[in-house]
Design a protein around this ligand. Structure first.
Ligand SMILES: *[C@@H]1O[C@H](CO)[C@@H](O)[C@H](O)[C@H]1NC(C)=O
Ligand SMILES: *[C@@H]1O[C@H](CO)[C@@H](O)[C@H](O)[C@H]1NC(C)=O
Length: 188
């Protein structure tokens, strides 16, 4: 089961990276009102960057079906995985043409961290969450945050390529860590 998850995930990441596809992720601002106050209240009450939390979650159609805090927390992890994949495919495109060896080095290392980050969410954090192992889910997303904020991705040669995308991503993942923390402290 886990093995299948890994391989299908790796294949999709492989496709994103190699074919440099622009993934069509749901970003329609649909049903914003119907999402109701749960997203807004949860982001305001529990996260460090509530505005990023609200706008990112409200822009994703998966938030519409959310009725409880645990559901919201799980969706937030899914959205984080999607956002990391999107950013991964964006920065991966620069690998092809990059001629500066230092940039190439950091970029390659950074891409690996992003791949590890999505795997960690999909293969560890979400399954752990579904088994109500909220402590494990929290630890996993906290590690994901470390991975994407890692020194290699933070080297100035690489941050130039991100063109501002990295900050918002890290802020959103920080929010997801906050939400997972709340869930682990209040498992019922
Ligand atoms: C957010 O905080 C307010 C005020 O303390 C509280 O009434 C509300 O239930 C909280 N909502 C969530 C989703 O935590
Ligand atoms: C890489 O170089 C090719 C050929 O010069 C160019 O068409 C392409 O747009 C470049 N890609 C990026 C991401 O700069």
């Amino acid at each position: 089961m886990a093995k299948q998850l890994v391989s299908s995930l790796q294949i999709s990441i492989f496709l994103l990276v190699i074919l440099n596809l622009n993934p069509v992720f749901s970003s329609a601002k649909i049903g914003v009102d119907r999402i109701g106050s749960l997203v807004r209240e949860s982001c305001k009450n529990w996260t460090e960057f509530p505005n990023i939390c609200i706008s990112t979650l409200e822009a994703d159609s998966r938030s519409i079906s959310v009725n409880t805090f645990p559901q919201l927390c799980r969706v937030a992890m899914e959205v984080a995985s999607t956002r990391i994949s999107e950013t991964l495919s964006f920065i991966s495109q620069f690998q092809v043409n990059e001629t500066d060896p230092t940039t190439q080095f950091y970029l390659k290392a950074c891409v690996r961290k992003y791949i590890a980050g999505t795997s960690l969410i999909e293969v560890n954090a979400i399954p752990a969450f579904d088994e109500k192992d909220f402590e494990e889910a929290y630890n996993d997303v906290a590690l994901v945050r470390q991975l994407v904020a890692d020194s290699e991705c933070d080297d100035s040669s690489v941050t130039k390529l991100f063109n501002g995308r990295q900050t918002e991503l890290i802020q959103f993942i920080t929010d997801v860590v906050n939400l997972a923390d709340r869930q682990r402290r209040n498992p019922n």
